[in-house]
Design a protein around this ligand. Structure first.
Ligand SMILES: *Cc1c(COP(=O)(O)O)cnc(C)c1O
Length: 640
């Protein structure tokens, strides 16, 4: 086993420079975000593209027929890749896993009496969102699912009207890599046989299929719907798939929407009627022109994957071997006082008590010698400098992160009201972390990638120094009382811009969630409405706001180089005068969105103010203020 793993590792070491020139001296450890595409895939795709004339498959020309023919071949090839018999399953090409989930959701919302939606706690945000379409929805943990299987029904009260129930779960969590039993699908189907309410299963295999063989050879035990993201397996193309068990296909007859290419005939004027395509399921579901070139690239992707890595089993055993080493390595790093540096959330793939096991993902947080949590934002800055590519934060897995970190809904809501959004600098709130560090591996990861990361954690986060050989609490108290005193306090009136030193002798309100005037304003991108951050726009550090109570103004000065014609200072009143802001109910009013949740901000109307910031940062943006009470009380509006 070990020899085989070493042989694979040597092979990757040998081809990596040639096949992945884009890596250079970076260390890429975010394969759960997307894996990397090899050069031979891109070369072979380029050859294919320039050697053939590909037309739109909806036309009748020879080039169209060629496209059609190739796409159908690839569809079969992909099904075979998952051991799925084309007579039992159909593959629908979609933009990404999320689009596949939405297609299923679209079908279920067509039930006249609605449907029940049950989803596992470890679900990706994209699965959670389906609950908005359901009549009843419930979030379950593994224990609940086991009980459901055992008893044939759920104790929790669900409205019994709907005739159909959809249960969705990830085969592997994108947060900590934990795997969930593929056998649940069949067990739930059987358990609900006599209940009068049919249970359908939706398996999110986007993370799982990236490094493991997904085997659908037994149609009886397979999920009704399986969604995938091909870029997570191959690095390219940017494409997703929905694999539907033909037995469950009639569900899609309820889908109301139809798009170009999915209907045989449509009448519009005097009579409104349409005939959906009936020949194959995928024809009726692939709205509009297919992502032709992406699908064609999938052929090169399958080819290159096989040539470089062998089988999916080989990839699975290599990544599992590396993950054990990474997990062990991080767990072993200890401070001088014997306390662990890493608090591990993932289980090791070689943990015998691990249930369905764990994929090549290690999620953890860092603690100091005295047990204080290390800020993710601080880590991120160092990680970037040292050329590691990892992911930190909430990871689009709200239930998983909350359960892992023991965050209660009231705490999360309180954090939200206090101004916490994903991507904030302030990620340790009330002494608790609000996100995790995720390191994930792929088919082209090597031993050296793993060892470098462990060495990095050891070098920068291990503290050997141990001045007082006393208990933890005692030493904190001593440190606090002996020589610590507050010299100055800064607030950051505009999120991510320079700080403002609180003048001595001026009373300053401290609210439950922090200092007054801290992050009262932010800059939002004109196109996306996203709040700008210093990470992306380092010049924000040179924008210094100052609060002048006597003038009742916030004055913003820019301390960087600017052409002489551009002003270096602007002011806005501290008071909230509605006249100064864009009306909120127009489509023009923007929302600042961070991490998918929307918070309505009030945007200043003044063109001068917007131009001041846009000129400095070289990006169209505007100054915005959180609504009254936004950073002060618990009443931040969440846009639905
Ligand atoms: C990446 C991922 C998704 C979302 O995939 P998209 O391709 O971005 O739609 C959903 N679920 C899991 C488990 C994932 O890892």
């Amino acid at each position: 086993m070990k020899d085989k793993s070493m042989a694979y590792n040597h092979h990757i070491e040998a081809i990596r420079k040639e096949e992945f020139p884009m890596i250079q001296d970076d260390i890429y450890l975010d394969h759960a975000g997307t894996t990397l595409y090899p050069k031979s895939l891109v070369d072979s795709f380029a050859t294919e593209m320039t050697a053939n004339l590909f037309g739109n498959p909806h036309s009748a020309s020879a080039s169209s027929q060629r496209t059609m023919f190739i796409i159908e071949n690839i569809r079969h090839r992909v099904l075979r890749f998952f051991n799925a018999d084309p007579t039992e399953f159909d593959l629908v090409f979609v933009a990404n896993a999320t689009a596949g989930i939405k297609l299923v959701s679209d079908a279920f919302r067509g039930f006249p009496e609605g449907f029940n939606y049950l989803y596992h706690q470890a679900s990706h945000t994209s699965l959670v969102g389906v609950r908005q379409e359901a009549r009843n929805s419930l979030c379950l943990d593994s224990h609940d699912v086991d009980k459901w299987i055992e008893q044939g029904h759920l104790e929790a009260k669900l409205n019994s009207r709907p005739q159909a129930t959809l249960f969705a779960y990830p085969a592997q969590s994108n947060m900590d890599g934990r795997r969930y039993p593929l056998s649940w699908c069949q067990k739930l189907r059987c358990a609900s046989l006599n209940t009068g309410c049919q249970v359908y299963t939706l398996l999110d295999a986007a993370a799982y299929a990236a490094t493991s063989p997904l085997d659908l050879s037994n149609a009886e035990t397979a999920p009704d719907f399986t969604v995938l993201s091909f870029y997570k397996i191959f690095g390219f193309p940017d494409l997703g798939g929905l694999i539907v068990k033909r037995e469950a296909a009639p569900i899609f007859k309820q889908r109301r929407y139809f798009g170009g290419g999915t209907v045989d005939m449509v009448l519009c004027s005097k009579e409104q009627w349409h005939a959906p395509k009936t020949q194959s399921l995928h024809e009726a579901l692939e709205d509009g022109t297919l992502p032709i070139h992406n699908i064609i690239a999938l052929d090169s992707a399958l080819e290159a994957h096989h040539k470089l890595y062998g089988s999916m089993e080989d990839v699975a055993s290599h990544t599992s071997f590396l993950t054990s080493r990474l997990h062990r390595g991080l767990k072993r790093v200890r401070h001088g006082n014997g306390e662990p540096v890493c608090v591990m959330y993932s289980i090791s793939p070689d943990d015998a008590n691990a249930g369905s096991g764990n994929g090549p993902v290690v999620a953890f947080n860092l603690r100091s010698r005295l047990g204080a949590w290390i800020s993710l934002d601080e880590l991120e800055k160092l990680v970037v400098l040292k050329k590691f590519h990892i992911r930190t934060g909430g990871l689009c897995n709200p239930g998983g992160v909350a359960a892992t970190l023991g965050l209660e809904p009231w705490e999360m809501k309180q954090n939200f009201s206090a101004g916490f959004r994903c991507g904030n600098e302030n990620d340790i709130i009330n002494g608790k972390p609000t996100g995790v560090i995720r390191v994930s591996l792929g088919a082209m990861s090597t031993l050296s990638d793993v060892d470098k990361f462990v060495a990095f954690i050891e070098e920068f986060y291990k503290e050997d120094h141990q001045p007082h050989p006393v208990s933890r609490t005692k030493s904190i108290v001593e440190d606090d009382t002996s020589n610590a005193f507050v010299d100055t306090i800064m607030v950051y009136p505009i999120k991510s811009c320079g700080g403002f030193r609180i003048p001595t002798g001026i009373p300053w309100a401290v609210r439950p969630e922090g200092l007054a005037w801290d992050r009262e304003w932010c800059l939002v991108h004109h196109g996306t409405g996203l709040a700008l951050s210093q990470k992306r726009y380092p010049h924000m550090a040179l924008i210094r706001p100052s609060i002048d109570f006597s003038a009742g103004q916030l004055t913003v000065t820019y301390y960087g180089p600017l052409p002489a014609t551009v002003r270096t200072e602007i002011s806005v009143p501290l008071s909230v005068n509605p006249e100064l802001f864009q009306p909120v109910d127009t489509p023009k009013a923007m929302e600042s969105r961070v991490c998918g949740e929307g918070i309505s901000t009030m945007i200043y109307k003044s063109n001068d103010v917007a131009a001041f910031f846009s000129d400095i940062l070289g990006v169209p943006c505007a100054l915005a203020r959180f609504p009254p009470g936004g950073s002060g009380t618990n009443s931040v509006q969440i846009a639905e």
